[in-house]
Design a protein. Structure first.
Length: 129
């Protein structure tokens, strides 16, 4: 078992149950024991407002709805995140900085690399003075 995500709280927004199960299994293999999930924009926004997450993964398309509002909320709270998608090429929010995009289907090594990058971003984040 890898301990990359030990003692980290990870937020996953995904509306496809089988993909979510795969992601949770990969996160567990990376040592994560605190995973919070949402499958709709509304539930995700509520969870972002009421939790402190270390990192997050966002499906770009949630049943036809964009996850842009969730991305904005995570940006506001300083939570590093990656997108996962089967069809989009990247973040379409105007002025948004580039984000890692995991193309579905992705494998364990791709997920581990993305999580390591997000943790590095999180651990090196320093608020502007």
């Amino acid at each position: 078992m890898n301990s990359l995500l030990a003692n980290r709280k990870v937020f996953v927004v995904e509306d496809e149950m089988l993909v979510l199960i795969m992601i949770e299994s990969m996160l567990e293999d990376l040592g994560c024991t605190d995973v919070v999930v949402a499958s709709t924009v509304q539930s995700a926004l509520s969870l972002v407002g009421n939790n402190d997450f270390d990192i997050a993964m966002l499906d770009m398309n949630l049943g036809g709805a964009s996850s842009s509002l969730i991305a904005d909320a995570l940006d506001t709270r300083g939570v590093p995140f990656a997108f996962c998608t089967g069809n989009a090429s990247g973040d379409s929010r105007p002025g948004a900085r580039p984000r890692r995009v995991l193309r579905k289907p992705f494998d364990f090594q791709m997920m581990a690399a993305a999580m390591a990058d997000l943790l590095l971003e999180r651990d090196n984040f320093s608020p502007a003075a």
